[in-house]
Design a protein around this ligand. Structure first.
Ligand SMILES: [Zn+2]
Ligand SMILES: [Zn+2]
Ligand SMILES: [Zn+2]
Length: 143
């Protein structure tokens, strides 16, 4: 669903209205890099149309998330970023320099199985990043 017309069609068929503001949010989302915050999107949208409010951006993202078009992840300290849900992946974030390493979606599959078997708990590891130290920062600390 990575094109604008298909995404707008999904909003419409779910009973949502496709307003100019929603259209602008979807366009900004598609044009953005991976990992944009709602504030980043709002800044892009507001550069084109200052009338569009941050709350509209959040509501549109919520609607798109309910439809499974976008997904959010917290990269650290609660900061949520959005990306299109058709490219699921895991995030490894360095606590020192903030670099984000993208890893395959099934990275924690074995852990998830053990957690399910032992605790009857279903992990959604892609909702939060896993924090640690990248190789550069480990090397720098050792110098
Ligand atoms: Zn990502
Ligand atoms: Zn969340
Ligand atoms: Zn680092």
């Amino acid at each position: 669903v990575a094109d604008e017309a298909a995404i707008l069609e999904r909003l419409r068929s779910a009973g949502g209205r496709v307003t100019g503001a929603r259209r602008a949010v979807v366009a900004a989302l598609l044009a953005a890099d991976d990992h944009v915050t709602a504030d980043d999107l709002a800044a892009t949208v507001q550069a084109a149309d200052p009338e569009i409010h941050l709350s509209t951006v959040y509501r549109t993202l919520d609607a798109l998330e309910r439809l499974g078009v976008v997904d959010h992840v917290h990269l650290g300290h609660g900061r949520a970023v959005y990306h299109l849900a058709d490219d699921p992946h895991q995030h490894l974030v360095c606590e020192e320099c903030g670099v984000v390493i993208e890893a395959p979606h099934d990275l924690f599959a074995e852990v998830a199985e053990r957690v399910q078997a032992t605790y009857r708990f279903r992990l959604r590891p892609h909702h939060f990043a896993v924090l640690g130290r990248c190789e550069d920062c480990v090397r720098r600390a050792a110098e």
